[in-house]
Design a protein around this ligand. Sequence first.
Ligand SMILES: [Zn+2]
Length: 398
Amino acid sequence: MKSQSIYSSLLLCILTFTHFLTISAELCIDFPNPSKPYERVAVECPPTQNNDSYVKRETTNFFRVYHTCNSNAALCNKIKIAFDDAGKEISKVLKLKQIIYVKATFANFYPQIFLGAADSTRYIPLTSDDKIIRRYPQALVKQFSLDVHPAYNDFDIYALFNSAYDWWFRTDDETIKYNQYDFYSVVLHELIHGLGFASSWSNNLENSVNQDTTGLTPTYSFYGFYGNQFTGFTERIFDRYVKFMRNSVVSTSTYYTYQLNEAVPSGTPFNTNSEFVTEVKSSPQWKFAEYAFESATTNYSLYFSPAKDTSWNEHIYLESGLQPYDQGSSISHVSKIYELTEDFLMTHSSDPGVTLEYLIQKGGNYKSPIGPRILSVLESMGYETDAYPNPIKPTYEY
Ligand SMILES: [Zn+2]
């Protein structure tokens, strides 16, 4: 065995010291499985020099999809075409600047009962223009072209599609059957989630200790390097525009997040997660989690209030009518009341036997399946469009 040289010991010291410095910085949150949004991992994402290459403006599809397809070649080919069409449609309405990398898996996820599931692989902390740190979906962070950015994951979006269902493809050239789902429509829907159309508010806190849901919180995490250190509740950029209504009083997600962060100081060590949950729930601030839960399960009590001058200037009701609360569906969709509008695409469920084309024509020949409310949500978060060329950009303080 060869022993370590003095030089390498010194290098190790430097590395350890750097590690110590970055640990206090905000952490990124990774989501390794989009069908299990409660599985999240806090990771370090140190400052990294931007080396994104220039992408030609004429590019018609900014999505590069890596497929894992557990089916026959003919079906897998239809899946690829549907992804290609969806990538082109989104690239038409958003002025993207950087390629978005998607890892897509088509497999039998039975008994899980989702058609498709997708999420940003990483949520990255940046400072919004109101000086509050929020987490941004990686695909969006890339579009900001920051000179230095927190380290990225290899893929921007993970997407799963369930082969347990009977799918219809536009390329089939036959009428959709009563029990078939339009694959293209579900791909578009899921990619938009992957772009960050997803709230951080969830029942993970009580879920993690198998307790019934009484309150919701934004994403929280522990960091394990020095024991179970609580690193605070942090909302996503989507949540910046989310408002909770209760007894006619409107409160912002940002205000509730601020209040919940008063429950336990960030950096507090805990021996176990369950100790942490007990402490948060016994604090006077827990009532804000209860209020959020109440709004998220009461119709017309939760809405997205878009940034000024985006494609839609009124409140957009979010899904708050589901009983019981459903982490994958509540909050992170537009309300079912928009089912027959241009924004049907981002309601939480789709019916079998109906194609996207049919819904577009029936509603009045919309010019895109991505309606103005959906666009407005994406624009508010920071995506650029023709109608909204100067989105609000965050900064990276490192
Ligand atoms: Zn969805």
